[in-house]
Write a protein that binds this ligand. Structure first.
Ligand SMILES: NC(=O)c1ccc[n+]([C@@H]2O[C@H](COP(=O)([O-])OP(=O)(O)OC[C@H]3O[C@@H](n4cnc5c(N)ncnc54)[C@H](O)[C@@H]3O)[C@@H](O)[C@H]2O)c1
Length: 418
């Protein structure tokens, strides 16, 4: 039988640049086209593209080129669904960067489009594929820990005001309007992946502390969102969105009936395991630390190489290619993916309503989807700068004139705006 090769195109070559080399080398995949309407972003990948990869600047020409069976969406955070829908309506499979959807209505639309077109959709969520998280999943799946009771996921990514401006060029850039809960997948997805649980409900409170974003045009004065998520097995998870307290890092912890596991703080390739003294499995110790491995097989462990985000970017490409070529369904299918978006949307509302609990719909059920199909409220601005819900827990928060002026000056000096 002839071996299947997935032809793929990438939209957006800033983040998308990290996937160029991976898809050019991955067995079963062939990068055939990239698209970006910014010359600066295209320059990011020019030096690494193979000669036969076609460069587009216009999305419509790109998507109608017939050059690929699947597209990776690395475009703006708030525009993934409209582009995913356009692709799937042309029979093109979709690998989408985070976040899957922006509004409750988009969550519904994405599920229906996947079902209507029969196209494959996967979220490019990479943090579950750190070695520590894959090691914890393998150990959790043995059953030695019993059922999960409480889990924690932290994604902490502070940046200086200058770096914030460099990442967010222009008053309307999405990073200037990004509510803390909306970037939750890096904290939450590893917990869902390790335990296999589904989301049921969320409460959220945020910490408003805008001093560290002085000199930026950021409209969000919150530094961390703390979300308490209830799972379908009755367990709870405490997750941050994208948090910004002092000290960069990721930390994941699974507390279960018979023991607990976590990555050793500051390390993505070491885990600490602890059992109750009366629940220690044969051949193991009550407390131990272990080097973490992606897979049991050495051949696969060699493959992530220098791939970004602790090898996680490699596994995203690997699982998506398997899905398209061999029909092996990935964990982050459309239903699990949009459940995380719905958690983000409802967590922001919770933080603006005294920490009220919101139920997460089961997006596999049309009767639950119908209830949300017209909920288009979004904290991101239209072209006039208007939003349909506030992006900050303090709805009236605004940067000062001096903050805006400093941001404009820095964007101009760096050549990021005219
Ligand atoms: N998973 C991760 O670890 C990770 C890391 C960084 C970024 N991301 C995600 O990647 C996405 C992109 O972020 P980014 O860091 O590249 O910054 P960005 O959003 O500023 O860049 C988007 C790029 O897409 C291009 N683009 C947007 N719309 C286009 C269109 N219609 N036609 C052609 N080009 C278009 C822009 O010119 C730009 O180069 C975001 O959704 C972000 O959340 C994920």
């Amino acid at each position: 039988m002839e071996k299947k090769i997935m032809r793929i195109g990438i939209l957006g070559t800033l983040r998308g640049g990290s996937y160029v080399d991976i898809f050019q080398k991955l067995d079963g995949a062939k990068l055939t086209a990239v698209c970006d309407n910014s010359a600066r972003s295209i320059n990011n990948v020019k030096g690494i593209l193979k000669e036969d990869v076609k460069i587009f600047t216009d999305f419509d020409e790109f998507i109608d080129s017939g050059l690929f069976d699947a597209v990776m969406l690395c475009n703006y955070f708030y525009e993934h669904v409209p582009f995913a829908v356009k692709a799937m309506e042309r029979g093109i499979h979709v690998l989408s960067e985070c976040t899957p959807a922006l509004t409750m209505a988009e969550c519904v639309q994405l599920c229906r489009t996947v079902e209507k077109t029969g196209c494959k959709y996967m979220l490019a969520e990479n943090y579950p594929f750190f070695a520590c998280n894959m090691e914890m999943k393998r150990r959790f799946d043995t059953g030695n820990f019993g059922r999960a009771l409480f889990c924690e996921g932290e994604y902490n990514h502070p940046v200086t005001p200058h770096d914030k401006n460099m990442l967010s060029p222009g008053q309307f850039h999405w990073r200037n309007w990004l509510p803390r809960p909306y970037y939750l997948t890096h904290a939450l997805a590893p917990i869902l992946y390790i335990t296999g649980n589904n989301l049921k409900a969320v409460n959220c409170k945020q910490v408003f502390a805008p001093d560290s974003i002085k000199g930026t045009a950021c409209r969000v004065g919150d530094m961390v969102a703390i979300m308490l998520c209830e799972m379908d097995d009755g367990s709870l998870a405490r997750v941050t969105g994208c948090a910004a307290w002092g000290g960069h890092g990721n930390w994941y912890r699974i507390c279960a009936e018979k023991g607990n596991m976590e990555n050793v703080r500051g390390s993505l390739d070491q885990i600490r395991v602890q059992y109750n003294s009366w629940n220690v499995p044969e051949g193991e110790s009550e407390v131990s630390t272990h080097p973490a491995r992606w897979y049991e097989e050495d051949s696969l462990n060699a493959m992530p190489g220098n791939a970004g985000h602790g090898g996680g970017d490699f596994w995203v490409a690997y699982h998506f290619t398997k899905y398209v070529n061999e029909d092996i369904e990935p964990f982050f299918n459309v239903y699990r993916s949009v459940a995380m978006s719905a958690t983000a949307v409802l967590a922001l509302r919770s933080s603006q309503n005294g920490g009220k609990e919101y139920k997460i719909p089961d997006f596999t059920k049309e009767e639950e989807r119908v209830l949300w199909e017209n909920d288009h409220d979004s904290p991101f601005p239209d072209t006039d700068g208007n939003t349909t819900m506030p992006c900050c827990s303090h709805p009236d928060y605004m940067p000062t004139e001096e903050d805006f002026a400093n941001a404009e000056k820095e964007w101009r000096e760096a050549g990021l705006i005219e």
